[in-house]
Design a binder for this molecule. Structure first.
Ligand code: ARG
Length: 439
């Protein structure tokens, strides 16, 4: 058995129980692709900067390719004593190609490595989730088209309040999902900065080129502060918040389908159940994990993977399940007609079938072009707002109050930032211990 990187203080090495308790390979092997990608980029950069010979780089890249194939064929042996995905891959690379593999860790630490891998993983996860959101949106629009002109009771406080078009309800969910997608895409833009070069916490004196690795991995730019790079997990907090909000939206949809399938209403034929509590739970796990952690990397952070994997897997399952449902659900129009006269449905609604259908066609096309989810710049955000106002959805009091609140909070953030910069300037040149794992 190999000695632990951090095992120096144990006379006899760690026990199997401790090893099992502290390993992360059983779940973080999911990051293998990103880890290998990052290593290839890092080795190429080192060679480019003269920090590694070209032949060493070639054998590293060749070795990494082999490892990737082994993993994909299911032949790779993941070892618990090698702790995590980074060490499993690096140690196997050493077994495979020998000496050159050891140079791969030049100007790198697992601290900047794991943050890089995880950002790359989340970036892909967001793209996948957004593509499932689109499918659900399209399925809901098609469901609306299939039931064109159907008038259903519109509920408020669980009571029938006004008759509404079924498509009006369904498209409300389409709209919510559009905001959900935008929320994740905003998160994607913010997480897409490269931690590599931060090393353990304070960077390196070696002449590396951080822009080269950042570009090679498709990041917008290198992260600016190395301590922030290795410790902050705001990007997963954001991703999981986005997933939790979306799960709440889907829980409304599921609840509607569930209630509508009940004996009393029987408007549609099947019930639907949700998993939204789990996504809220994953978010809370992460929030508690991150609370009060001192800079910089702390081993607690290894616990950040499972809630993220679970949240992403579950939200994809919910989106797929809802899409499937939307494609197959049927509404019992007779039951719905009979239900309409009861309650307080005193408004009448007249339906222009053709214009509604045309509207739905337009929405479907927009979704397929990606316009219903992407607000990439200020300009299109403004257009979106115009479109909403035209629909009569002018900002409400609460929206306006929140705009002001945000402005106020941001101005206080600025004050705090300035105070920190001034504090740093007042103490220029003071050298302090940089901590990792409280040491
Ligand atoms: N497996 C660790 C994690 O996921 C990798 C980083 C470990 N770094 C360290 N210095 N122990 O967080």
């Amino acid at each position: 058995k190999e000695a632990k990187l951090w095992g120096g203080r144990f006379e006899e090495g760690v026990t199997d129980a401790v090893e099992r308790f502290t390993e992360s390979i059983s779940f973080d092997k999911a990051l293998y692709k990103q880890d290998i990608m990052g290593s290839r980029a890092h080795a190429s950069m080192l060679a480019n900067q003269g920090l590694m010979s070209v032949s060493d780089r070639d054998s590293i890249v060749e070795g990494l390719n082999q490892i990737e194939e082994q993993i994909e064929r299911g032949e790779f042996v993941w070892r618990t004593d090698r702790e995590d995905v980074h060490m499993n891959i690096e140690a196997t690379l050493t077994d495979l190609i020998g000496e050159p593999a050891k140079k791969l860790h030049t100007a790198r630490s697992r601290n900047d490595q794991v943050s890089t891998d995880f950002r790359l993983w989340c970036r892909d996860a967001i793209d996948t989730i957004v593509s499932y959101i689109k499918q659900l949106q399209v399925a809901l629009v098609r469901l609306a088209k299939k039931n064109i002109g159907v008038i259903v009771p519109g509920y408020a406080h669980l009571r029938k309040a006004e008759p509404v078009l079924l498509q009006h309800r369904l498209v409300a969910y389409v709209e919510q999902l559009g905001f959900d997608a935008r929320r994740l895409l905003d998160c994607r833009a913010r997480l897409n900065f490269c931690p590599l070069g931060a090393c353990a916490l304070a960077g390196t004196g070696l002449p590396i080129d951080r822009f080269m690795t950042s570009d090679a991995l498709g990041f917008t730019a290198p992260m600016r502060n190395s301590m922030d790079a290795v410790s902050d997990r705001d990007f997963i907090l954001e991703l999981l918040s986005g997933n939790a909000i979306m799960a709440l939206h889907l829980s409304w949809l599921g609840e509607e389908w569930g209630l509508w399938a009940s004996e009393e209403s029987g408007y549609n034929v099947e019930a639907f159940c949700g998993k939204s509590a789990r996504l809220v739970g994953d978010l809370v796990t992460l929030q508690v994990l991150c609370k009060g952690l001192p800079l910089t990397y702390n081993r607690d952070l290894q616990e950040d993977k499972e809630p993220v994997f679970d949240s992403v897997e579950t939200i994809i399952g919910m989106l797929k399940g809802s899409t499937d449902f939307a494609q197959n659900i049927t509404y019992d129009q007779d039951r719905i007609q009979k239900a309409l006269p009861s309650g307080h449905l005193d408004t009448s609604s007249c339906v222009d079938r053709d214009s509604v259908l045309e509207g739905l066609d337009q929405i479907e096309k927009q979704i397929e072009r990606g316009e219903f989810v992407l607000v990439q710049n200020e300009e299109s955000a403004k257009n979106l707002h115009t479109a909403r106002s035209q629909n009569g959805q002018v900002p409400t009091d609460f929206h306006l109050w929140c705009y002001d609140a945000i402005d106020t909070i941001v101005s206080h953030i600025k004050h705090l930032q300035v105070a920190f910069v001034r504090l740093a300037r007042k103490n220029t040149g003071v050298i302090v211990p940089g901590y990792t794992h409280l040491q």
